[in-house]
Design a binder for this molecule. Structure first.
Ligand code: BV8
Ligand code: ZN
Length: 242
């Protein structure tokens, strides 16, 4: 069991604005493959081919099958103790903001409510042409789904080369700028602009804590690197905070 420095708990108790920014690593212990780990889903397919407008237009059937596979997986997995600990932290800390790159809906299912989903949510669909939400069930066996406007239906996630949702990315940058304690959890810190958040927080005087099973591009500038599984470290932090 990793030991959590006393001063981190003291900082958490005195912090006025705490931000946690998560990536695929927080869902790994729920059985959701990460993007770049050895079991990463990108390893089998490449992101440009699947998570991009060009990739979708070139092969909508393949991209839809990939997202349906991931949706079916989400229905079979549960939030893990790391997700639940973040939901607890939201209740225990006066001003807590959760930012996530994940589209797996597990933070919401764990009980977090103040979530900034930077890359959308795989449980939602919308029209590629008119952006209207699409609430019908997706039945690929009946063919590809289309909007009443004639446009193709797509998962409501942010693909490579696409802008992030304005409200969420603005709020995320504002939260990072004002944070006095910033957690970067389970992310390879590679995908922009999400990867810029901890650096922005640090530049604005935040104490930056990284939780990951291995170092990333952020580790050398973080104030504290807790090496280990988020599903073990986060509940320990909550236990000590109580
Ligand atoms: C934009 C949604 C521009 C879809 C995702 C060169 C070429 C092309 C593009 C670019 C380029 N250079 C920069 C770019 C921009 C690009 C980018 O950053 N590319 C990177 C790869 C270089 N970014 C974009 O395209 C973004 N848009 O920039 O728009 C623009 C600007 C103006 C006007 C118009 C356009 C859009 C990025 C969003 C892409 N969508 N997902 C889907 O999911 O299907 S990204 C995808 O990667 C997921 O969201 C995922 O969350 C995200 C980041 O990955 P991580 O979450 O970090 O996951 P990863 O597997 O990498 O790491 C897991 C980590 O967990 C590891 O560190 C591991 O050690 C750790 N871990 C594992 N187990 C545990 C653990 N830690 C703790 N406990 C454990 N148990
Ligand atoms: Zn439409």
């Amino acid at each position: 069991m990793i030991n959590i420095p006393e001063q981190l708990i003291a900082r958490l108790k005195n912090a006025s604005k705490v931000v946690a920014s998560t990536g695929a690593g927080v869902s790994a212990e729920s059985g959701v493959p990460t993007f770049r780990g050895q079991d990463g889903i990108w390893n089998k397919m490449n992101p440009e081919e699947l998570a991009s407008v060009d990739g979708f237009m070139a092969n909508p059937q393949l991209v839809w099958e990939w997202y349906q596979y991931r949706r079916d997986l989400m229905d079979k997995v549960e939030p893990n103790p790391g997700h639940k600990a973040l939901a607890d932290l939201e209740k225990m800390v006066s001003d807590f903001t959760l930012i996530t790159q994940n589209v797996d809906n597990l933070h919401r299912r764990a009980g977090s409510s103040r979530i900034l989903e930077l890359h959308g949510n795989v449980t939602r669909n919308k029209c590629l042409a008119c952006d209207k939400p699409y609430a019908e069930e997706i039945r690929l066996d009946k063919g590809l789904p289309y909007c009443s406007c004639g446009g193709m239906i797509r998962p409501d996630v942010v693909w490579f080369g696409e802008m992030l949702p304005e409200r969420e990315i603005r709020a995320a940058f504002a939260a990072a700028e004002e944070a006095d304690l910033f957690f970067s959890i389970g992310t390879s810190t590679l995908v922009q602009p999400a990867a810029a958040l901890p650096f922005l927080a640090r530049r604005n005087g935040a104490y930056v804590v990284e939780i990951n099973i291995e170092p990333t591009g952020l580790t050398t500038i973080s104030d504290l690197f807790l090496q280990g599984k988020s599903g073990e470290i986060l509940p320990e932090i909550v236990r000590l905070l109580r």
